[in-house]
Design a protein around this ligand. Structure first.
Ligand SMILES: [Zn+2]
Ligand SMILES: [Zn+2]
Length: 380
């Protein structure tokens, strides 16, 4: 599947486009790609649907803000529900009569999440490689909308600074009657005038302008479990945005962990893979070497005599802990490589020439060597 295109790119907009520019650009592109203008053109149809989706998000300030923060990867899933965006039948008249706004505004109205609920946040945090070995306690500072202290999140300082909402008579909910075929359906929904609080603020708090929240820098602590992988998202409940005017619950904070690379190890789950470049004689004669290791004890690698480049040595239980069962550890896998000096001195060349003849005698004839080699390769 092709990567999802950026909504701004689809609508040919800059990131800071105004609402007016968004609308204008949508109209311009809709004129070009509308199915009525492009009958039997699946490419145009696809483009039209794509721009509808982009417009649905970017024309809705709350959805746009989430998109700017998370991109297509929102922690709470697609705003259009599990099936993703399905497209809408929108006529030319609607596009140029201006009625298309109301079509798009319906998309998110039905979502269970209330508008004034605090948003979930996503934060990227990188930890050194050693955290994957030992785990670690982390502390981050984030800028987040949190309850305004001056008004205790109410948006105004006292009950006298607000009056009962005339739309819902202070109930915070209104009843909607809709017709479904011959049936009438009554549904209760949050009052849009007062965002469900039942009161309209007449004298808003000076600090937060009646929102009940202020941008604040807060410290968040969490711990990294041994064996953690890059890309793991930790969910820290209630540490996201505070709700508007105490109406609802706080969002969650997601922290996506990036484990920084080790100087020489590559990871395969809990196994650590490294390449070990050795000289020809070390491979031929064998050797025992000892190097510092991330678990604090030296790693001793025993290279048996007559080793070949590409062969591996597995040292069990010296890899990373397996998440959730930190007493079990993966292996270190050492891949042997042949290392050659950049150039040989003339005295070295003389010595090499001497052993070269002897070596040829030890090896089987060239053609059968080539054949043996291909047999081995094909077996793997
Ligand atoms: Zn306030
Ligand atoms: Zn109301």
């Amino acid at each position: 599947m092709a990567a999802k295109r950026d909504y701004y790119e689809i609508l040919e907009l800059e990131k800071d486009a105004t609402e007016d520019e968004i609308k204008k650009s949508f109209r311009k592109l809709a004129r070009k790609y509308h199915p009525d203008k492009n009958p039997d053109n699946p490419e145009a149809e696809k483009k039209f649907k794509e721009m509808q989706e982009a417009y649905a998000i970017l024309s809705n300030p709350e959805e746009r803000r989430k998109y700017d923060m998370f991109g297509h990867n929102r922690p709470d899933g697609s705003p259009f529900g599990p099936g993703g965006f399905q497209g809408v039948n929108i006529s030319f008249d609607e596009i140029f009569g201006g009625g298309f706004d109301s079509i798009f505004s319906q998309f998110f109205g039905s979502s269970q999440r209330r508008n004034n609920e605090g948003l979930d946040l996503l934060y990227h945090h990188s930890v050194p490689f050693i955290s994957a070995m030992n785990g670690s306690d982390e502390e981050i500072e984030i800028d987040v909308k949190k309850k305004c202290i001056s008004c205790d999140g109410n948006g105004s300082n006292s009950i006298d600074d607000s009056r009962i909402c005339p739309s819902c008579d202070g109930y915070g909910q209104i009843e909607k009657i809709s017709m479904i075929g011959p049936f009438t359906q009554r549904t209760r929904q949050e009052c849009p005038s007062c965002a469900g609080s039942g009161r309209m603020i007449t004298n808003p708090c000076k600090d937060c302008n009646g929102d009940g929240r202020l941008n604040q820098r807060v410290k968040v602590k969490f711990s990294i479990q041994p064996g953690i992988n890059s890309g793991t998202r930790l969910r820290i409940k209630g540490q996201g945005e505070s709700p508007t005017r105490n109406q609802g619950s706080s969002g969650d904070l997601f922290v996506e962990i990036e484990v920084k690379q080790h100087k020489w190890f590559e990871r395969d789950g809990a196994d650590l893979i490294m390449a070990l470049p050795l000289s020809f004689t070390d491979l031929a004669l064998g050797k025992k070497i000892s190097i510092p290791h991330i678990d604090g004890k030296n790693l001793v690698i025993t290279i048996p005599p007559n080793s070949k480049p590409g062969e591996t040595i597995t040292i069990s239980s010296r890899g990373l802990p397996i998440p959730m069962k930190s007493s079990v550890r993966g292996s270190v896998i050492v891949v042997l490589k042949l290392d050659m000096p950049g150039k040989f001195s003339s005295s070295m060349k003389k010595k090499l020439k001497l052993i070269s003849k002897d070596l040829d005698l030890e090896l089987s004839p060239l053609e059968s060597r080539i054949e043996e080699e291909s047999k081995r390769r094909r077996k793997n």
